[in-house]
Design a protein around this ligand. Structure first.
Ligand SMILES: [Zn+2]
Length: 394
């Protein structure tokens, strides 16, 4: 079992399956349900850490991608700088994924065996090998506060037999991840602890449940993962091409069966309405590239639905992106100005839309938490979704 001080989780209010909680990591307390901006290569694209930390956004935790950081700048660079926190200058909590999903999404460029995954680097074409042991070593060197096990993502359309094999491999890799992780903690490989700050504990390790859309295999994957024992549990392998209804069936079946006293993390999902629906089924943690990636392509998430700033109808529009948003961008800039920036190829367009989109996602989660605490979540969910879908995309 893991060290008890790595992470604490306390449920503070419940409204149906939806719940609020306090997740205490070694780098501070995080209120859940929480949205975690994705910092792929040690940076949340198009936004500075000061903005993420400011009162406008106040993101308590961000993600880092093991696969990307391992290939570039490489683990030796990050080791030499004393871990990812020191290397990047981010002082709040950090969760790293295992690299499993990234190598899986390389498709034909990778080869999966019992031992691990062989693939060609997208940076220089060199042959690389990622396994549970390598992933745990890299994540120890990164010194993240929450480490994810190395798993195999099952394709959304995999049949029962393929999925069963994949779930078995994920369980064996989870055991190997646990063993390698515990050894690395013992020998002091976690560079997060050498930080100048007084950190209260070790890294935490989360297990991942797979099983595509097959509910029996999802249940069996959950049982096997809980038996190994982790600080938190994630639902992986969703939003990879399956129908939305399948995704919500899996979450609805799985989340209430996950250990109630541990955080539940839905990986890589989703739109604002997806987050609300997953919270309603008992999920506590989310990450997704949508607010940042779509911000860079001119799409704003607003309380009235998705807005495409390229649209000619905004050419003379003096209103902010979202009239209900109080973020720094909405307080200052018009749709017409932001559209002009975007069409002129100005980088401030990406920066501004990313800022607003993150503000919208983080504010939404604040509203979710407040409504659960006041036992008003069903009303919040209904009204939020109605407003969001009233206009469609515009
Ligand atoms: Zn805004």
């Amino acid at each position: 079992m893991s060290q008890p001080e790595a992470l604490r989780f306390e449920v503070t209010a419940q409204n149906g399956e939806a719940r609020t909680g306090l997740l205490t990591t070694r780098r501070g307390v995080i209120e859940t349900p929480v949205f975690m901006p994705v910092g792929t290569a040690g940076t949340v694209k198009a936004i500075r850490f000061e903005e993420l930390e400011g009162s406008d956004l106040d993101a308590k935790i961000i993600l880092g991608n093991t696969y990307h950081l391992w290939l570039r700048p490489g683990v030796e660079t990050i080791k030499a700088c004393g871990g990812l926190h020191r290397f990047s200058g981010w002082n709040r909590a950090l969760l790293t994924d295992s690299g499993g999903f990234q190598v899986w999404s390389l498709g034909n460029l990778r080869k999966i065996s019992e031992e691990g995954t062989e693939f060609r680097s997208h940076v220089d074409g060199s042959l690389q090998f990622l396994s549970p042991e390598v992933s745990m070593e890299v994540q120890a060197a990164l010194g993240s506060d929450i480490v994810m096990v190395f798993d195999e993502c099952t394709a959304g359309d995999a049949d029962h037999e393929q999925t069963e094999k994949s779930v078995g491999l994920t369980a064996r890799w989870a055991k190997r991840s646990r063993k390698a992780f515990d050894r690395l903690q013992e020998v002091g490989a976690d560079l997060g602890r050498t930080d100048a700050q007084e950190l209260s504990g070790n890294q935490a390790l989360f297990g991942i449940v797979q099983g595509a859309g097959h509910l029996d295999l999802r249940r069996s994957s959950l049982e096997q993962t809980v038996e190994i024992g982790f600080d938190g549990y994630a639902i992986g392998g969703l939003s990879v091409g399956e129908e939305k209804s399948v995704m919500f069936d899996v979450i609805g079946e799985l989340a209430p069966q996950m250990p109630p006293d541990r955080p539940r993390y839905l990986m890589g999902v989703g739109t604002p309405e997806d987050l609300i629906e997953a919270v309603a089924r008992g999920v506590d943690m989310f990450d997704c590239v949508l607010p940042t990636r779509n911000g860079r392509t001119g799409q704003a998430f607003t309380s009235a639905g998705k807005l495409n700033i390229k649209n000619a109808r905004f050419a003379h529009d003096p209103r902010p992106l979202d009239e209900s948003c109080g973020c720094l961008v909405c307080r200052r800039h018009s749709r017409a100005y932001l559209r002009h920036l975007y069409l002129a190829g100005e980088m401030l367009a990406s920066i501004s839309l990313t800022h607003h989109n993150l503000a919208f996602f983080l504010d939404t989660m604040r509203g979710v938490r407040q409504s659960i605490r006041s036992r008003d979540f069903p009303k919040f969910r209904r009204e939020f979704t109605e407003r969001l879908t009233a206009n469609g995309e515009y």
